[in-house]
Design a protein around this ligand. Sequence first.
Ligand code: DAH
Length: 342
Amino acid sequence: MSVMDTLLEIKQKASEELAALDGTAALEALRVRVLGKKGELTALLKGLGQLSPEERPAAGAQINDARAWLQARMDESLARLQAAEREAALQSETIDVTEPRPLPRVGAAHPITLVMNELIDCFTGMGFEVMEGPEVELDHYNFELMNIPKNHPARDAQDTFYMDDNVVLRTHTSPMQARAMLSRKPPIRIICPGRVYRADEVDATHSPVFHQMEGLVVDEHVTMADLRGTLSAFARKMYGEDVSIRFRPSFFPFTEPSAEVDLTCSACHGKGCRICKETGWIEVLGSGMVNPKVLEMCGIDSTRYSGFAFGIGMERLAMRRFGIRDMRLLYEGDARLLGQLR
Ligand code: DAH
């Protein structure tokens, strides 16, 4: 068969197939078969060597003409098929903008974070500054400078996670008192929120990781009345005018005198219930006048300056605030519960 006849046959067959194509994928397959590197036209070109030198130029030109013609037909088909496919996609993918959709799930701050932020607001409003420090703490700050000597029961290995002889996971935020006094000059007015650690078994009121907020004020003429006034203001701001606050004498090595502070139970308003163990009160913090020994160890002249300190248990506050009886609910991360506590 002559080159001319073969070309005619290829063109005719391709034309028929082009007319019957059902999509761009089939077009591409056809293009590869006819015009591709290993396609029918290329095969013809390779066969030119068998023709006589006189015949070759004309045959070559015919093949190139055929290629151009086929390419043009295929380009037309491509445009037509693409338009049809776009139209079909638009038809099948129309969006019904009136269709109701599920409500988005909105996140919420964790109850502890919420209470912490409120506390920070409350105390910064009274002129306190937020100061943060390490959770992995030197024994020296966590105990020594807090006037808790080597043989004190609070250091019992059962309570403290020791990293090594000199390094612990802080058991309270009180070491921040020492860090503040050693790095600042009076007047000092700081709060230090953060995580603390104790080797406690998990139960309804205990967790090996919990949260405290330390407060410290050091200045000239600071008295117990300032402590009482500050904590009363905090209680009223957080819980309203009708909350009562009670100071009970207590002991902490780093404060002298020391007091534990109770608020009226929010569940029973002081009548007595399960949450407050029938006492009508919930203990929320420890406090006191900074022990002059601690002031001196931290480089503050105790004849000129005095101070007060307090340590607030954040879980207690959150539980009181949301009426939760079991601390574990705060840590289990059940979004159905946490989403309700706002
Ligand atoms: N650090 C004490 C604790 O973890 C709480 C505390 C008590 C902090 C009295 C104070 C304070 O600043 O004055 O139990």
